[in-house]
Design a protein around this ligand. Sequence first.
Ligand code: URA
Length: 434
Amino acid sequence: MNVVNLIKKKKYGGELNYQEIEYLISGYTNGEIPDYQFSAFLMAVNFTGMTESETYYLTEIMIQSGKVVDLSHINAPKIDKHSTGGVGDKISLLLAPLVAAFGIAVPMISGRGLGYTGGTLDKLESIPGFKVNYSTEQFVNFIESSGLCMIGQTDELAPADRKIYALRDVTGTVDCRPLIVASILSKKISEGTDAIVFDVKLGSGANLPDTEASKDLAKQLITVAGKMGKKSIAVLSDMNCPLGYKIGNWLEVEECLEIMGGKKVDDVVEVNNVLAGAMFKLAGKVNSIEEGKKISEDAIVSDEMKAKFKTMVRQQGGDMSYVNDWKNLKRSEKFYEIKADSPGYLSRMDAQKFGLASVELGAGRKKVTDKIDHLAGIELLKKPGDKVQPDDIICRLFAQSQERIEQAVKFLDDAIQITPEKPLERKLIIDIFE
Ligand code: URA
């Protein structure tokens, strides 16, 4: 087979067969196909899409690039959640310990930041010492002993996604449905979960800002998961405004610690509780998502959940002083405040622009080799619906240099809107597909 011919076949809308996709994926994963050719292939897929069979083959081949973990000896339902990516989306950090505290095992292979959306692995690594790269054996040991473990793709588990994910991040090929489906499912099937909850984000800060495309993504995820023998539920949630009050890796861990400590962060908690409800339902612990949601409402500040979170941090090598003593407010050195210029109500905070600004600040990557600044990010002091007076601080930007702050501020120029009327309340959960 010839790589250039396969790129051209896809470029002109041709349908690739199993062997052709296998040739491309294994060639790229083992280093025989260079980044520049694989980037061209990704862009061709981005423009011409993939048929249902191609998407299924791609998923299957990306799973086969590594092993599939066997967790059948663990006597607990194994359920995981995966988000299609959002801004300020820190929910995995709360949700996994919450459901694990109820006896659900959560074997979670997550991703890094993708485009302007954050990644669970980068967030976890902002806790000094926290490791996300373990052997499969150790991954299983952790799930056996504590009921949860969060790692990244490894040489053994979803290695194709590890390489392709990083390349997509920096080649403008994140917003492509078949690539998202195969990326998410190759991780979820490899980790050995029984069932999956998808948090499909809708709106400007989603990886697919087009709502119809996101709804179709939800359907594709459920269909392909079903073909692979996995039950799933997709919760479609709003991502037009950043989730919570903090964007950036350490800032988001900090916000989770605050929430576990009792701080009311309504949007994060609402989405978390619905996702937990869906996980409880898939685990057979409740009959409806609503019933599961109620359990989660009480559990989010429970000692059991905090204990699970701390167990996970300890088992994965994280510095416990950051988790126990988070109020010492670790931040990047430089900061800048954006203030209201007129009275009224804050009516819009464009999640995508906040995400792009956070990448400029150093919380995300523009090149594969970029190092994340774990302390960079944005703290929101107001959210849509809040009344503001001139000079009220709306948000605070943190970075290591003035130059980064200046670049980031440009993205926020028209990201914030103040209007005389109070905006309508945002509907967070838009739909649920079961
Ligand atoms: N999450 C993933 O794991 N992959 C994607 O492509 C998007 C979100």
